[in-house]
Design a protein. Structure first.
Length: 152
């Protein structure tokens, strides 16, 4: 694995003291997503493969994400064109964000994978918000936020 590969994929794992169904809702229901991941305004989610999930990240813009996989309560995936606010995500302009949920006795093991950075052409002025380092740190904070929100 060269440098290019290591800059292609982000992986985070956490344990959430809440059932998988609750974590699934936090990831996929608009009024729940608003609580941790759509600070600029209400999310809109058409929860089906090929549907759009539009999140509002305030100063960073609104992002129409393309839903790829809906397999409750185990696997949720969508494409996010974070370098291109306002543009619908396609295979060419986006990364793939995946959430894997594994029910456990006293909660849910959650794994987040965001991949496809190496193939992206990110405009210079968006690197700070949309680049690998930004997302690597961003997801650390967001996964914590998601966990706290789901455990409430």
């Amino acid at each position: 694995m060269g440098d290019d590969m290591s800059q292609d994929r982000i992986e985070k794992e956490t344990f959430i003291k809440a059932p998988a169904e609750r974590v699934w809702a936090v990831l996929t229901e608009a009024e729940q997503v608003d609580g941790w991941f759509s600070p600029g305004g209400p999310a809109r989610i058409d929860l089906r493969p090929g549907g759009l999930m539009t999140l509002d990240h305030g100063q960073y813009g609104r992002f129409p994400m393309l839903i790829v996989t809906v397999d409750p309560p185990r696997h949720f995936a969508y494409r996010w064109a974070s370098a291109y606010p306002g543009e619908a995500a396609t295979e060419a302009n986006s990364t793939l964000v995946e959430f894997f949920l594994e029910p456990a006795a006293d909660g849910t093991r959650l794994r987040l994978v965001e991949s496809g950075f190496a193939g992206l052409d990110i405009p210079a002025e968006r690197i700070e918000a949309a680049g690998y380092e930004s997302h690597d740190g961003g997801w650390t904070a967001m996964v914590d936020k998601l966990r706290e929100f789901a455990e409430k």
